[in-house]
Design a protein. Structure first.
Length: 134
């Protein structure tokens, strides 16, 4: 299986922080989504093209372990790693670190392949298996 890790760099925007000045926990789902779409793109898979071809990838599970807070204007990195593609599902794992390489959070996500027209789960298309598991 492919074990290609990718990294994106982000910066905390003011609208992402709560009254205490730290990133609201819900924002982490967006960070993971950005990293996941970037990971797929770097494997030659366009999320937009998948949807146009009638393949959806809704999130079925997310787990985030918060270690330290992020604050407004702080730069950070989201490291993404494809974990496994299992017939109907694809799993990712993530590490979020600040510029000092301090662990901010770890996370995992699980997505299911869905056929857009019927909205039913489908097996991972063979062309994707080839791109993701080399």
């Amino acid at each position: 299986m492919s074990r290609k890790k990718t990294t994106i760099q982000l910066k905390v925007n003011y609208h992402q922080v709560d009254q205490m000045g730290i990133v609201h926990h819900a924002q982490y789902a967006y960070f993971l989504e950005q990293a996941r779409i970037d990971w797929l793109h770097k494997q030659g898979v366009s999320y937009a093209a998948l949807e146009q071809d009638g393949i959806l990838l809704p999130l079925t599970d997310i787990s985030i372990q918060y270690k330290r807070p992020l604050r407004f204007d702080e730069t950070f990195f989201v490291h993404s790693d494809f974990d496994i593609v299992d017939n109907y599902f694809i799993n990712f794992k993530y590490l979020i670190e600040n510029v000092e390489n301090t662990k901010i959070a770890t996370a995992t996500t699980r997505l299911v392949f869905v056929e857009k027209q019927s909205m039913r789960a489908m097996k991972c298309p063979e062309f994707l298996v080839e791109k993701l598991t080399f």
